[in-house]
Design a protein around this ligand. Structure first.
Ligand code: SAH
Length: 219
């Protein structure tokens, strides 16, 4: 691995391991998720000027008014998605920096990721290629419509909050599949988990969260 990928000082493996320790103390138990997050250099997913803050457990700006999600939330959402067994095909809505995409790419067979901001998508595509992650398909689109031609998905993970859950995403969930999605207006959002059993959909609340809004249309 090249030196800038491996990191040094505030971006080194030791710094990354301290973050993982912190996630463990915060209640993340899924070993696979913790291992993958220990391996992925989060500092290449943010601007160089912010690289030294990449292993703080906080969301950081990635431009265009968007943020890379807080590591704890990435771990929590990924663990919730995987808790029903290893999904094979996963849809992600809101590629953003591509960090969550990379975490998923190391854990499942295929990731389909949709982003409405073209520039963010291009950067994410380059970062995943640098990490040698080739099991990801990218789409520049409004992800509230999901990805019909590739559906159904065993898992759907949404990283921007709609005020109401898009029906089409539930339609694209396979039998036994799970969807993790933040929902609600700014300041009053809940992280929801949906599981499909045949025609029945079960819903549970995971926690209060704060995400950027899901916005219609593409840029
Ligand atoms: N998982 C990302 C989160 C980025 S923030 C990361 O950790 O970097 C949420 C992302 O969702 C932003 O990039 C935003 O542009 C994108 N987004 C918002 N509404 C969307 C929509 N309707 N379809 C696709 N992407 C959307």
């Amino acid at each position: 691995m090249s030196a800038d990928l491996r990191g040094i000082g505030m971006t080194s493996q030791r710094t990354r391991d301290r973050l993982i320790q912190r996630l463990r103390h915060a209640g993340i138990q899924d070993r696979q998720v913790l291992q993958v997050m220990a391996d992925i250099p989060r500092h290449i997913f943010v601007d160089e000027a912010l690289a030294t803050r990449a292993y703080e457990d906080t969301a950081l700006p990635i431009g265009f008014g968007q943020t890379i999600s807080q590591p704890y939330i990435v771990a929590r959402m990924t663990a919730a998605l995987l808790a029903g067994g290893q999904p094979s095909r996963v849809l992600e809505v809101g590629t953003g920096s591509g960090y969550q995409t990379a975490v998923l790419a190391k854990l499942v067979d295929e990731v389909y990721t949709v982003e409405r901001i073209g520039e963010l998508q291009n950067l994410a595509r380059q970062r995943l290629a640098r990490l040698g992650l080739h099991n990801v398909r990218f789409k520049h689109s409004d992800g509230s419509w999901g990805w019909k031609s590739a559906a159904p998905f065993d898992g759907i993970l949404v990283t921007a909050a709609p005020e109401e859950v898009p029906e089409e995403l539930l339609n694209q969930l396979a039998d036994g599949g799970r969807m993790v999605i933040p929902t609600g207006a700014a300041g009053d959002q809940q992280l929801l988990l949906f599981t499909r059993h045949g025609d029945e959909i079960h819903q549970s609340n995971l926690s209060r969260v704060s995400f950027v809004p899901l916005i219609k249309g593409e840029v």
